[in-house]
Structure formats: C-alpha cells, structure tokens
Design a protein around this ligand. Structure first.
Ligand SMILES: Nc1nc2c(ncn2[C@@H]2O[C@H](COP(=O)(O)OP(=O)(O)OP(=O)(O)O)[C@@H](O)[C@H]2O)c(=O)[nH]1
Ligand SMILES: [Mg+2]
Length: 214
C-alpha cells in the first residue's frame, strides 16, 4: 500500500514551481505570492498599489478565488493584465494552475506579477508557485496573535503587511505583541504598517516593491 501520496503531490508541485521560477527569471519578471486570511485586504492593497507604480513598471495579476471573479473584476479596473483562476473549492493555488494562467499573460509587457492566493492562513503555505517571494497580509481586526498561531504561513513571508491600521483604535490589537510574535517565527521578514482604506504606508510599500525589481 502506498502511503506517501501527499508528499508525491508536493514534490511534483515543487518541480513545476522551480521551472516557473526559472522561466519568470528569464523573462525578468519579479513575482509576489500574496497570502492572508479572507478579508485581510489583499485585493484592496493591490487596487491601491498598482496605480502608484511608475509608468515604466507594468504589472499583471493572477487572482485565485474559490468560486467568483469579484476580485479579478476589481483589479482589472487598475488597467493591469488580470487573469482569474477559480480553484473550484480548493483552498490554495498550486504551480500547475499558475503555469496555465501564465499562458494568458503577455510576459514581455510586464516586470511585476502579483499572485493573490485564496484567502486562507493554512493551505497555501506548502505550495510553491514559482514566486520570487511572499507577501503576507494580516489585518488589525484579526488579532495580534496570528503569527504565533499560524507559523507555517508567517515563517515563509519576505514581507508582512499589517493592514487596516485605521481600525486599530477600535480593536484590542497590540502592535508590540504582533511584532514580537513575528520576530519569534520569522526574524528576517520585513514588516510594514498600511491602511488600504486610507493609503497610509503605501509610499514605503511602493519603495519595497520597486527596489526589488530586476
Ligand atoms: N477599514 C479598512 N477596511 C479595509 C482595509 N483594507 C481592506 N478593507 C476592507 O476589508 C474588506 C475585505 O477587503 P479585500 O481587499 O476584499 O480582502 P481580501 O483579503 O482580498 O479578501 P479575500 O479575497 O476574500 O480573501 C473590504 O470590505 C475592504 O474594503 C483597510 O485598510 N481599512
Ligand atoms: Mg481578495
């Protein structure tokens, strides 16, 4: 009896992800896998960030969603090339989905690719997508204990965005507790405080993203 089905799936995914990573590198495209809870503000952050990019930096977005095209419709309004993946119930994107979605994107026209993963703090973390790196979005409304409660996702982030800072005074979110938890789980990750609703922190986010272009 074969029992290592899950590890076989992950191994196959990793191999394809490595090919995607090489391919995107050849095309000089930097890609960010954006992960976080449902409603943490992943789409709102992209809606605000993409119009701030300099004219010389064109972005495309792959939108992963369980069932709808709501987010893709929102992102398309920014003018970025937008491709929708419906996972039909799966709680994460995988490399094969990204490989298929890339066929619909004119990679010669872009230097940045954002991949909005399915809103979930557990499932997406084990699936590499060939991304350059990972941005984790966590919002003040979710509580300050999330890095320690969901280490598998927070430990893989290159950048953690603490969103909805405009709501902080209406919650019991303690920034020191969040940062301490993050330092324990992933001391190398950058952290930025943002509000997608009000725009605060977005100049710093823009710098972070543009400094990492090829
Ligand atoms: N007050 C406030 N609301 C925000 C902020 N960012 C997002 N929202 C609101 O939070 C809700 C969820 O935002 P989305 O951007 O759709 O979140 P998401 O992470 O893309 O959600 P899923 O794709 O469903 O996982 C929306 O009603 C947004 O308007 C923020 O900085 N402050
Ligand atoms: Mg979204």
């Amino acid at each position: 009896m074969k029992v290592n089905v899950m590890s076989d799936i992950l191994k196959a995914n990793d191999l394809l992800a490595r090919d995607i990573k090489d391919f995107l590198k050849q095309k000089a495209v930097v890609s960010w896998n954006i992960m976080g809870s449902p409603g943490s503000g992943k789409t709102s952050i992209l809606e605000r960030l993409i119009p701030m990019l300099p004219d010389t930096v064109k972005a495309a977005v792959i939108e992963g969603d369980l069932a709808t095209s709501n987010d893709a419709e929102r992102i398309a309004k920014t003018g970025a090339q937008t491709t929708q993946i419906n996972t039909n119930g799966a709680c994460h994107l995988d490399a094969a989905m990204i490989r298929a979605a890339l066929d619909a994107i004119d990679l010669d026209k872009i230097s940045l690719l954002f991949i909005e993963n399915v809103g979930n703090l557990v499932c997406p973390s084990g699936y590499k997508l060939g991304e350059t790196g990972r941005i984790i979005v966590s919002s003040t409304a979710e509580g300050d204990d999330k890095p320690e409660k969901y280490p598998s996702i927070f430990k893989t982030g290159d950048l953690v965005l603490i969103n909805k800072t405009d709501l902080m005074d209406h919650t019991n979110f303690n920034m020191d507790v969040f940062k301490r938890g993050m330092r324990k789980i992933n001391p190398g990750a950058d952290m930025l405080l943002v509000s997608a609703a009000h725009g605060s922190g977005f100049e710093k986010l823009l710098d972070w993203v543009t400094q990492r272009l090829h």
